[in-house]
Design a protein around this ligand. Structure first.
Ligand SMILES: Cc1cc2nc3c(=O)[nH]c(=O)nc-3n(C[C@H](O)[C@H](O)[C@H](O)COP(=O)(O)OP(=O)(O)OC[C@H]3O[C@@H](n4cnc5c(N)ncnc54)[C@H](O)[C@@H]3O)c2cc1C
Length: 424
């Protein structure tokens, strides 16, 4: 049976795989993109119904194409984001093959390249780019046994309030997903408890500029690595309802009960850490530091942007913060569902190469792995804070494609002696 050969195989046709394809084409590298489902599938079916982009349309996009029919300062809904990528694939004529899953990839013995088993046959590739996403497997901390008499669902599987059984909901995790879903559930008339851990919560906008603009001009998207000790600090922002700053005080004043980090579960009771006030204070400090940096930037550059004194007013701490609840008897409180907004893990089981550390994490420098010919794209902090965002992955893809193109130049080099051998 003949084996298909490609120079570079890109696995995954989310935004990472599509950006990769564009830059490979620009570098004249022939390639194939394999996608097990559809283009940008995660945006279609891996998110809740009402999700809109967290960043405005002018910003959360690739540089070469704007969103059609969306206010540049608006927040496109998830279908619109998925359609954007489908259109993009057409625009750049990317060689995407959908419905083909990559099952395994191994290095060839005694010669360059990799043999790749797919659901549609075998492919030989000189290079492989794993663009399979940072948010693959929903992670639920093993606190509440499956046998417990309560519905447990991860944010990945949440669609809308009607999907959940009647009753109150405990949302665990107050990053962008948890905070938005908790808000939606409360607006639908549910009693909601929200477990809030360490978080950053930038202002949605300040002095007439969205926070994405502030992060850009202040150089904060380009920060190369997380500060040690902040690995578990999530970012809480939202484009929902036109885009509003997430302030947990406001959610509490509308009826939500905030609790600290979820710690343990015993006999139907959930126990929370006594860290709520501390987490809220750290989130406030992050918010206020952004305002300060923005003011300093405006002064330094003599910008004429309207003052916004109201942004500095943080109302009083709500009672659930000053007198935090440490235990919640779920049945007594009428909680029928625990919604885990606790993040995702990656899955590279199919990639059987020497490119991972002892913890199974990709060993790489800006996506160029320790195994020659293997590349990663879309990893959190691949090169900077912006790496998993739509616009950020595009720039990382350029670096990876440039590396592949440079390697091709080395590999195509022939010394005079090589040429003589060939001529003989
Ligand atoms: C809830 C949520 C909201 C977000 N909102 C924003 C936002 O507003 N703005 C922003 O910039 N970013 C946002 N992000 C971050 C990021 O933009 C998205 O997660 C985006 O989907 C990541 O794109 P990706 O291409 O890296 O991965 P994915 O979109 O996950 O694409 C990977 C693709 O690989 C395919 N695949 C996986 N394994 C295989 C295999 N073995 N063989 C073949 N195909 C395979 C999958 O089917 C998938 O289509 C959000 C993330 C989440 C979770």
């Amino acid at each position: 049976m003949s084996v298909e050969k490609v120079d570079t195989l890109v696995v995954g046709a989310g935004q990472a795989g599509i950006a990769m394809s564009e830059h490979l084409t620009n570098n004249g590298v022939s390639h194939l993109v394999l996608e097990r489902e559809r283009i940008a599938e995660r945006w279609r079916t891996g998110r809740w119904d009402s999700l809109v982009a967290n960043g405005p349309a002018w910003h959360d996009r690739f540089p070469n194409q704007e969103f059609k029919g969306v206010d540049p300062d608006g927040f496109p809904d998830k279908e619109c984001v998925a359609d954007y990528f489908v259109d993009y694939v057409k625009m750049i004529d990317a060689p995407v093959r959908c419905g083909v899953e990559v099952l395994s990839a191994k290095r060839n013995e005694g010669r360059a390249g990799f043999v790749v088993k797919t659901s549609d046959g075998t492919i030989e590739a000189r290079n492989i780019v794993a663009a399979t996403g940072a948010f693959q497997h929903p992670v639920i901390p093993p606190l509440v046994p499956e046998s417990a008499d309560i519905t447990q669902i991860h944010s990945f599987n949440y669609r809308n309030p009607d999907q959940l059984p009647d009753g109150a909901v405990l949302v665990v995790g107050a990053g962008s997903s948890g905070a938005q879903i908790a808000d939606e559930l409360m607006r639908s008339g549910r009693k909601v408890y929200l477990s809030v851990g360490p978080h950053d919560r930038p202002p949605r906008s300040y002095r007439g500029r969205d926070f994405v603009w502030w992060l850009g001009v202040l150089g904060l998207w380009d920060v190369a690595a997380m500060k040690p000790g902040t690995e578990h600090v999530t970012i809480s922002v939202s484009g929902a309802y036109g885009g509003k700053t997430i302030d947990f005080r406001n959610l509490a004043s509308e009826g939500m009960t905030l609790v600290g980090m979820t710690q343990s579960y015993e006999d139907g009771t959930m126990h929370f850490a006594p860290d709520l006030a501390q987490n809220i204070a750290a989130g406030d400090a992050n918010y206020l530091s952004m305002l300060k940096m923005a003011d300093a930037y405006i002064d330094r550059n003599g910008l004429d942007l309207p003052e916004e004194p109201a942004a500095w007013d943080l109302g009083p701490a709500p009672e659930c913060v000053t007198t935090p609840m440490l235990d919640l008897d779920l049945a007594k409180a009428g909680v029928s569902t625990i919604l885990w907004a606790t993040g995702f893990s990656q899955d590279f089981d199919w990639l059987e190469v020497d490119a991972f550390d002892d913890a199974g994490k990709p060993r790489h420098q800006r996506g160029v792995s320790s195994e020659p010919g293997i590349y990663f794209l879309g990893l959190p902090w691949q090169s900077r804070r912006g790496s998993t965002f739509i616009w950020g992955v595009w720039h990382d893809a350029k670096h990876v494609a440039d590396h592949i193109a440079t390697q091709r130049i080395y590999l195509s080099y022939r010394s005079p002696a090589d040429c003589e051998k060939t001529d003989a």
